[in-house]
Write a protein that binds this ligand. Sequence first.
Ligand SMILES: [Zn+2]
Length: 467
Amino acid sequence: MFRTTIAFSLLLVCSVAFAEAPGSPLAAFSADPELASIVKEIDAAHIAHTIQTLGSFHTRHTLSDTKDPARGIGAARNWIKAELESYAKDSGGRMKVEFDVFTAPKGRRIPEPTEVMNVVATLPGTDPKAATREFVVGGHYDSICGSQSDVTCEAPGSNDDASGTAVVLECARVLSKRSFPATIVFVAFVGEEQGLIGATHFAQEAKKANLNVTMLNNDIVGGNKGPAGAPPNDWVRVFSDGPPRKETPEEITARLAGGGEVDTPQRQLARYIEEVQGAYLPGFPARMIWRRDRFGRGGDHTPFSEQGFPAVRFCEAAEDFTRQHANVNETDGVKHGDLFEFVTPEYTANVARLNALTLANLASAPPPPENVRYGTERGKNNTLLSWQASPDNAAGYEVVWRDTTAPRWEHSEPAGSELKFKSDISKDNFFFGVRAVDAKGHRSIVVWPKPPARPAGAPPPEVPSNN
Ligand SMILES: [Zn+2]
């Protein structure tokens, strides 16, 4: 009994010592009142109108009719462009609207090379330096029915993905009335159902032009009304990818040495979205899913993350796969197909709110600090971090950290305008990150610090030392 008591006391002491919070708790984002009004401006009735109008073109198959004024992808893209132009006019003409035209090469789902187009609206940043950063919000406007190759069947695509396109249009309508230091780009992508061809083209061109892009994809955000007993759609998933396939050997070595497998730019973006949601939309939880996408499915964020751009996918919490890519018909009084009556515009409005607030926060914030690194001091149980100044407009920096097995940042400390941070907390036991903050408290995305720089002349540590 005595021995048990001692053992229990020791256990208690140990667990208390371990659980002791290393530093102050994470400072939550506080809502900027100027941006918080976006919540009210996003209008579910307007979103409903967009989803219904897109369904009224009968099909938006990428290879469907381009000339008919009332039917097919040509009518749909003309309507989307005209709609964006009307928002641009309302906002004093600052937003530029255009077709991004290219030829889709012959492929598995494209029998002949075909001219296709994304619809793109650009709200240029007001600060010439900040404007080189582009925050892209996208959804795909093409649809299919139960047959991939049938270009005339009814394919309203209300959830997949008129809902995502409606998010893009609603963000454009509301955000184009405002101005931001950085650039926001609103894109309705073509050809998602033919192998992500519109998004792949856009991401490749952005890479060629050396653009600094961050991307939010919205695909199946309709708030499907499930059958009786189905789990409710009252939160949204944010899918984010692990390390990209195209990392250089140096990047892979640094990631392994620093334990950065779960700190990819995509996952920093996903964490950011959760923090925005906590501050502005407490009743509509966003939850990170650390996976590229759902099993067997893909989306337009992936061509972006493969180019090294931070990109995530918003997707409703509870999908009904039987309604996606389905023929519209009725059997025994039961309606089938991706119909407007199965989606919930108020749900899509909440997704649009979260997108718009994320874009507004990112486009208001200074760019993240550069070259964030751990110090070279070895063999010590402390942490030294250093970084180069954020290129623009940062009032200061904030250091965040968490247990190595925790998914979300747990602690933070302002670093003022210093370009370094020192702590007695061991870098070996926690993951750290650094972000820039402006005078109004808008934060940049967190940067994962690279492991210490190698001493000059030292060979690259291909195989980590066991010392
Ligand atoms: Zn889709």
